[in-house]
Design a protein around this ligand. Structure first.
Ligand SMILES: Cc1cc2nc3c(=O)[nH]c(=O)nc-3n(C[C@H](O)[C@H](O)[C@H](O)COP(=O)(O)OP(=O)(O)OC[C@H]3O[C@@H](n4cnc5c(N)ncnc54)[C@H](O)[C@@H]3O)c2cc1C
Length: 398
């Protein structure tokens, strides 16, 4: 390898990959980031939860990388003084059907190697979370909370101190071929790369297409809005309280999260959006209707239409949002919460309209494209980074 390995995107996946490459002895690593700082997209707008690996199908990449990655993350945070806490979470069943799902989750957690998970009766739940309501719960001690922005900043610091380079304001605008190499056009100049990794999150499908690839998926953005408990209501939640997920839509279901940076947030909902980047009213935003020309989008709309409408309603009505939260903590009232930011998920959707559940990577000569890195990719960043590093070291030196 003559020129540095180039990574597009300084979110937590791109940064962790650069970090692992430098640790593995790669001779040069360069990260190109569109914005002026790391972690301004999904990484900086997520729930800050270190996931345990409870939900994922045993044997899936998600299960493997989450379990390995969270231990690496806890260790990294302890070594580098990143705010974090292994506080555990409570998954609460509010119906008989959910009790049955909870049993399956418990089996799944054990199959994924989770330590110390425990079924709780309503009384035991209330010893831990006095304001929770439900028929039964599952305590998951390996779950934690972390400041992922602090983690990303620390990774960036480690990269530059180990000889790597991060160029901010370097949005890749177009790509042209130059023999076996690619020329990435950015506002800071044209950059010639022979070996590069696309970790552009919400824009990863566009970058792959600019590079002449034909990914079989398209990113569909889903916006998630949060509320925060007002200080007087914070004592209603001590740790993390989650609903039993609907196996068909694992990323739906509002939950309560005590944050590593202080306070308690609740949410998010999940709402289809035509903007890949738009967090606050007033943010500059570009509408993106390209998905309307994608067959997979319409097939997805037919598959999941009714659920989308329900979420849309929840986004429009604070009462309905709070009523979903009351399912877990009945004492919460509309007056106890205030709007608290949003995040946008990069969800890859295939041509049949299915939401890709697992991590998805596509390879081409000299190129690796990360086309689906949904939750728990922040938790799993160090193990995903290790995997991408191994792939790059093998493929790019061949
Ligand atoms: C609402 C929400 C809640 C979540 N909660 C959790 C959680 O609690 N725990 C967890 O583990 N995971 C969670 N996730 C998932 C997690 O945040 C993501 O999986 C993870 O952050 C993905 O990281 P990334 O680096 O792939 O993407 P991103 O963080 O989106 O980074 C991509 C980067 O690429 C840059 N970029 C884009 N286009 C270009 C271009 N053309 N040129 C140069 N740079 C470009 C962007 O500016 C950005 O910095 C959540 C996600 C969301 C949205």
């Amino acid at each position: 390898m003559r020129d540095p390995i180039t990574i597009v995107g300084a979110g937590i996946v791109g940064l962790a990959t650069a970090y692992q490459l430098l640790r593995a002895g790669a001779r040069g690593v360069r990260v190109l980031e569109a914005e002026t700082a790391p972690a301004t997209q999904q990484t900086g707008h997520n729930s800050g939860v270190i996931h345990s690996g409870l939900y994922y199908a045993p044997g899936s990449l998600k299960a493997r990388y989450c379990v390995q990655g969270r231990d690496q993350l806890y260790q990294f945070c302890a070594e580098h003084g990143i705010p974090h806490e292994r506080c555990g979470k409570l998954v609460v069943a509010v119906s008989e059907a959910q009790q049955a799902t909870l049993l399956k989750l418990e089996e799944r957690g054990r199959a994924n190697g989770l330590q110390g998970i425990q079924r709780l009766t309503p009384e035991q739940m209330r010893e831990r979370e006095p304001h929770v309501a439900g028929l039964g719960g599952l305590l998951v001690p390996d779950t934690g909370i972390v400041d992922f922005v602090a983690m990303a900043n620390k990774l960036a610091e480690c990269i530059t101190s180990q000889g790597g380079e991060i160029l901010y304001g370097a949005r890749v605008e177009s790509i042209r071929r130059d023999g076996p190499a690619s020329i990435l056009k950015t506002p800071v100049g044209d950059i010639r790369v022979s070996h590069w990794i696309n970790c552009a999150g919400l824009y990863s499908d566009r970058i792959a297409r600019m590079a002449g690839q034909r990914p079989r998926v398209q990113i569909i953005p889903f916006r998630g809005e949060y509320v925060r408990l007002k200080p007087e209501a914070e004592p209603l939640v001590r740790h993390l309280i989650y609903p039993v997920p609907d196996p068909r839509f694992p990323f739906l279901g509002v939950h309560f999260t005590r944050m590593a940076t202080g306070g308690v947030e609740a949410g998010p909902n999940a709402l289809l959006t035509f903007r890949r980047q738009w967090y606050e009213p007033g943010d500059p935003s570009e509408r993106d209707f390209s998905m309307l020309g994608y067959g997979g989008f319409w097939r997805m709309a037919m598959r999941y239409g009714a659920v989308g409408m329900e979420e849309l309603w929840r986004a429009r009505s604070m009462k309905s949002f709070v009523s979903a939260l009351q399912g877990l903590v009945p004492e919460i009232q509309v007056d106890n919460v205030e709007p608290y930011g949003s995040g946008i998920r990069a969800q890859a959707v295939d041509q049949k309209g299915r939401l890709l559940d697992d991590f998805h990577v596509m390879e081409a000569p000299g190129q690796i494209h990360v086309l689906n890195a949904p939750s728990p990719a922040a938790t799993a960043c160090l193990s995903i980074g290790q995997h991408l590093c191994n792939l790059a070291m093998n493929r790019f030196s061949a």
